[in-house]
Design a protein around this ligand. Sequence first.
Ligand code: HEC
Length: 200
Amino acid sequence: MFMCRTGIAVVGLGLALTSATYGHTQSQRYDIGRTPTAEEIAAYDISVAPDGEGLPPGGGTANQGQSIYAVRCAECHGATGREGPNDILVGGQGTLASDQPLRTVGSYWPYATTLWDYINRAMPFETPGTLSADDVYSTVAYILFLNGLVEENQRLDLETLPQVRMPNRDGFVLDDRPDVGPTAVHPVVASPVSHPRNEE
Ligand code: HEC
């Protein structure tokens, strides 16, 4: 009986406290933390767009990337990018429409610029963010070289990388299903699509 009444009392008090706290924070700032510095924002602002916007200074060639790849990447992607055990990075060009498609950087990726972005933010898998900008340019160059897309001494940097044309650049279609919202762009606008979310 005593336990039961205590329990009810505690629950009641809890509710009262919750609503009091909630009302308080709605009208005041938390006053914790601080405004990030420009350097801190820059450290998070690493996105590279398909057109190359956001690429940093620096550069590298496949010849420079070969040793970085051997030390930092080959254990998971294979000595020539074809062996695995993880994702196959090289080969497969011309297989996408077959009944055994092999999706690799060379056969599937539409942009060399977003390859830079991906490796810069996500690889090596267990220590992402540890490659310098030059190292990323060099490993990108090496993977593109293994795919026959650049020469071994071709320097890739923020000017030249966006000019590399990937074989599957035109193999993607824009998603124009109505539920992707009003910002979806269609190259040939046939007729306006009516959807409740678009009309908000
Ligand atoms: C410890 C293992 C490991 C190491 C080392 C590693 N990777 Fe990866 N890599 C992976 C795994 C696992 C994935 C798949 C990740 C996923 O799908 O989320 C991947 C995916 C990738 C992809 C995307 C492949 C695709 O077509 O989707 C690229 C490109 C890549 N890695 C490049 C590199 C490069 C360059 C290095 C060296 C700088 C590197 N990786 C080092 C394990 C590794």
